[in-house]
Design a protein around this ligand. Structure first.
Ligand code: 6PG
Length: 469
């Protein structure tokens, strides 16, 4: 007998999918899951406890027929070709106006292609960025949906119920048409890369320059998490420093190989920023650092060829104080670059993004949640056309208060050979962005010299070329 009682369908019962569907069921929506792996199907049924509330099947027709119309089917499967093949397998069973939501980290142009394809078949499709990892999926993620506004209205109550809450406000909002949701999530991940790089290079600084051990690092990051730097990534770093190693002596963090992997969203952020002409050097270098980290063997070889000399140690308390300010400075710069990219992408791709709303839904649930987002939301609320965070009076004050520490630590790190490229790039970006005149007039002259590329002048209008020889 056909059962059409379920409100929400979910394809892909891996860790994220299973947690998300259980979250939906916790909010009084009946949910049905689908996965080809029978073990995942039975694991969900068992964990759900009541089949009338959470059910699952490995048979796609059973799955689709169990859902009420218009069907709301979310995919939580790895980005790439799998999304296309899942869509193809669903299509024969769907009815007009059914909605497919891609909750994975799909590349935004793939989302545009899929939306156009499904529109021709009468099916709504939208990409929704979901952040917060497994715990977020279970207890409340931050959700960034984009696509057809009409279709969004159908899933809005479910998303608002399952999303993380900040002061009772759900961390979900309609981002804009087409692939706006995936784009915003991509930039979220770029910012995530920047903040992760910064939290790790300040850990290096405190270890090398102040000889802090893991217990001290735990205390420092715990304290930082009570002040300006309050954020999920600082909070979990504090916890990581104190985690004991189950397989040996000491803390686990010391045994973890220093090669960071990546699935591509940070790289996409950088690549697309280049495409649309927006500088995001803190995020770029965070991607490059993962690449440098992967060159472990070469790094080991090179380290033997270049002696750094003796480290000039700093007094712990002084170093910790400066580091807190300098990291805050670089956090602001990272968000400023990400928001700048979102603003430019909004006009480039017609996303109609509201930056204040994006900052608001990032205040809880997602990986880059931080106290700073409250201020970011506020300044974009006040001035929705703000070109860059660095121009907002509130941030001018914060930067003035922290840039001195950033300069001192850049000098110290350079003198002692401590790699802090996230901080260095943040400072250089700041210095360049706030320079009335840059030396790029020389670049224009060189271009005209060797390639007759022409230049503009500061004292009269028009396009000029000079015979330099
Ligand atoms: C999130 C995360 C998540 C991402 C991981 C891994 O918001 O929950 O951004 O979507 O997949 O952070 O990313 P990398 O493997 O590229 O580090």
């Amino acid at each position: 007998m056909e059962n059409t009682a379920y409100d929400f369908g979910l394809v892909g019962l891996g860790v994220m999918g299973r947690n998300f569907i259980l979250n939906v069921a916790d909010h009084d929506y009946k949910a049905f899951g689908y996965d080809l792996d029978p073990e995942k199907v039975s694991a969900l049924i068992e964990e759900g406890g009541d089949k009338a509330r959470v059910n699952a099947s490995g048979d796609i027709s059973v799955f689709v027929n169990a859902l009420s119309l218009p069907r709301k089917i979310m995919l939580l499967v790895p980005a790439g070709k799998i999304v296309d093949s899942v869509i193809e397998s669903l299509l024969p069973y769907l009815s007009p106006d059914d909605i497919i939501i891609d909750g994975g980290n799909s590349f935004f142009t793939d989302t545009d292609r899929r939306e156009a394809y499904l529109q021709s078949k009468g099916i709504h499709f939208f990409g929704a960025g979901v952040s917060g990892g497994a715990e977020g999926a279970r207890k409340g993620p931050s959700i960034m949906p984009g696509g057809s506004r009409e279709a969004y209205k159908e899933v809005q109550p479910i998303f608002e119920a399952v999303a993380a809450k900040f002061n009772n406000e759900p961390c979900v909002a309609y981002m804009g048409p087409k692939s706006a949701g995936n784009y915003v999530k991509m930039v979220h991940n770029g910012i995530e890369y920047g903040l992760m790089q910064l939290t790790s290079e300040f850990y290096d600084l405190l270890q090398k320059g102040g000889q802090l051990n893991n217990n001290e690092l735990h205390k420092v990051y715990t304290e930082w998490n009570k002040g300006d730097l309050q954020s999920f990534l600082v909070e979990i770093s504090a916890k990581i420093f104190e985690k004991k190693d189950d397989l040996g002596q000491g803390q686990l963090v010391d045994k973890i190989l220093d090669k960071a992997k990546q699935k591509g969203t940070g790289k996409w952020t950088s690549q697309n920023a280049m495409d649309i002409g927006i500088p995001i050097p803190t995020i770029d270098i965070a991607v490059s650092m993962r690449e440098i980290s992967a060159l472990k063997q070469e790094r080991v070889l090179a380290s033997k060829k270049y002696d750094r000399g003796t480290m000039e140690l700093e007094k712990k308390q002084i170093l910790i104080k400066k580091a807190e300010k300098a990291m805050f400075f670089a956090f602001i710069i990272t968000y400023a670059q990400g928001m700048h990219q979102l603003r430019a992408a909004s006009s480039e791709y017609g996303y109609e993004l509201r930056l204040a709303s994006i900052a608001r839904i990032w205040r809880a649930g997602c990986i880059i949640r931080a106290a700073l987002l409250e201020d970011i939301a506020q300044v974009f609320e006040k001035d929705k056309d703000l070109a860059n965070l660095l121009l907002a009076p509130l941030f001018v004050e914060k930067i003035k208060d922290s840039v001195g520490a950033a300069r001192e630590l850049v000098t110290y790190a350079a003198e002692n050979g401590i790699p802090m490229p996230g901080l260095f790039n943040s400072l250089s970006y700041f210095d360049a962005y706030t320079s009335e005149r840059l030396p790029l007039n020389l670049i224009q002259a060189q271009r005209d010299y060797f390639g007759s590329h022409t230049y503009e002048r500061t004292d009269r209008a028009g396009i000029f070329h000079t015979d330099w020889s």
